[in-house]
Write a protein that binds this ligand. Structure first.
Ligand code: MTE
Ligand code: MO
Length: 446
């Protein structure tokens, strides 16, 4: 089936696009957007070293293209090269196979925490995963084609096509990064052919760099002797090269492309409540191309720190699991974790704001209460709890649950929020109101 751009747009607008045969298990994901699919890994995903495909986050700007027939599929290579190429998957597989473990993190991971808020997918912690990628070195393919001296950037256009007037997701990476022996054209994730939503049959793997460079559904690249002027390079995925005041507008000439990831850690346990006694503080930490060498943990908002134990599994670009045993007495605590890499980079203690909300990496305070009281399990599991009647129409017409996830409010506060939203036009039927209020105050509570 070969749908035109316009018919795709009409089909998407009418909501009749078939869901791809996706590897993601929606019951294990936080659905930020279902059309196009933006799926976030919940916090419990940080307990595994390799992130399985069924809970690996998905970020698509438009939607997942149809699965191509591998017999007809070709990788086209042209531009300023000595010889254009038209490679089959078998041709690619004749080149040496390389495997590496690397973190794939969306540049917008953590965006929902920025104040003032910034538009874009409202990721919390989990638009990140640690995958085992296999394929060929990009440089081996470039060598087959032969780069001319004027080669500057490599231009990629995946098989996905935009909806309406949205610019196509087209990206470039500099020749220098393309020639890095760890930059791959990957055909496997975790020992299997790439799942459709992760770029089948071929994607770019750019270890140490943010996800926007990891182009999916690669079928063509062109070697350029000039800089590409498209929207996703010149406007999107740029951040300021100096500190800016929260909410400020930044001169475009001071905006530089997002490339390297930041050193970062996430606290996955405990969440919100713990019982007095032995409490395991644990999570994952990662960085760019420099290995995480230590994670320090504080239970007193950063006044004192203790080194966490690092997991035995490691690879240059992979994340490291970490944990610390804590003897906790009843009380309220603010936990923090702070990762440091071999290059000496460490997490800031306060986050700098930037206009698109990229590369959030503050050592984030996590408030918890140690108490012997019983609480229902609330955090990170909210997508499994059935939604009450009227909730979707009342609350999710204008925004998704990312809006609530980051707000931890009391029942009285949620009650006021419902009044405010009704004032702003949300249609809440009187008979549905109590159910919605109970859901919000159970799921997203302080
Ligand atoms: N062709 C194409 N490639 C793409 C994208 C896209 O929308 N289209 N999204 C990019 C972004 S912003 C991210 S974070 C990663 C996400 O990869 P994943 O969905 O496999 O986790 O893919 C990148 N590659
Ligand atoms: Mo992204």
């Amino acid at each position: 089936m070969n749908l035109s751009r316009r018919s795709l747009f009409l089909a998407a607008a009418a909501g009749v696009l078939p869901r791809s045969n996706s590897a993601a298990d929606l019951k294990k994901m936080i659905v930020r957007s279902s059309r196009p699919e933006d799926l976030e890994m919940p916090l419990d995903g940080f307990a595994q070293w390799i992130t399985p495909a069924d809970r690996f986050f998905v970020r698509t700007h438009t939607f997942t293209p149809e699965r191509p027939n591998l017999g007809e599929w070709r990788l086209k290579v042209d531009g300023v090269v000595n010889q254009s190429l038209n490679l089959t998957m078998d041709d690619l597989k004749k080149l040496p196979r390389v495997e590496l473990v690397a973190v794939l993190e969306c540049a917008g991971n953590g965006r929902s925490f920025y104040q003032p808020r910034v538009p874009g997918a409202q990721w919390a912690f989990g638009s990140v995963g640690n995958g085992r990628w296999a394929g060929v070195r990009f440089r081996d393919v470039l060598e087959k084609a032969g780069l001319k001296d004027s080669a500057k950037d490599i231009f990629f256009d995946g098989a996905d096509v935009p909806l309406g007037k949205m610019p196509d997701f087209q990206r470039t990476i500099p020749v220098k990064k393309a020639l890095d022996p760890d930059t791959l054209l990957a055909y496997e994730m975790n020992g299997q052919p790439l799942p459709q939503e992760h770029g089948f049959p071929l994607r770019l793997v750019v270890p140490g760099w943010a996800g926007d460079s990891w182009v999916k559904w690669v079928q063509h690249f062109e070697v350029l002797d000039h800089e590409f002027e498209g929207f996703w390079m010149k406007t999107a995925y740029r951040h300021p090269n100096h500190s800016v005041a929260p909410g400020a507008t930044v001169d475009p000439k001071d905006m530089v492309p997002v490339a390297d990831l930041n050193v970062k850690s996430v606290i996955a346990t405990p969440q919100a409540h713990a019982k007095p006694g032995r409490v395991l503080i644990s999570g994952a930490a990662w960085s760019n191309s420099s290995l995480v060498t230590r994670v320090d943990v504080s239970v007193d908002s950063g006044k004192t720190w203790k080194p966490a134990q690092l997991g035995k599994d490691q690879s240059r670009y992979g994340w490291r699991l970490w944990s610390l045993d804590w003897k906790a007495a009843e009380g309220k605590y603010t936990l923090m974790a702070r990762a440091t890499n071999a290059a000496g980079q460490t997490q800031p203690l306060s986050e700098e704001w930037n206009p698109s909300g990229y590369l959030w990496n503050v050592a984030q305070p996590v408030s918890i209460e140690v108490t012997s009281k019983e609480f229902p399990q609330v955090i990170a599991d909210f997508s499994r709890t059935p939604q009450p009647p009227g909730y979707k129409a009342a609350c999710l017409t204008c925004h998704d649950e990312g809006m609530m996830v980051q707000q931890r409010l009391t029942r009285a506060q949620w009650d006021r929020e419902l009044n405010k939203m009704t004032g702003w036009g949300a249609e809440i039927k009187p008979e549905d109101r109590e159910g919605i209020l109970k859901y919000l105050s159970d799921q997203f509570k302080q």
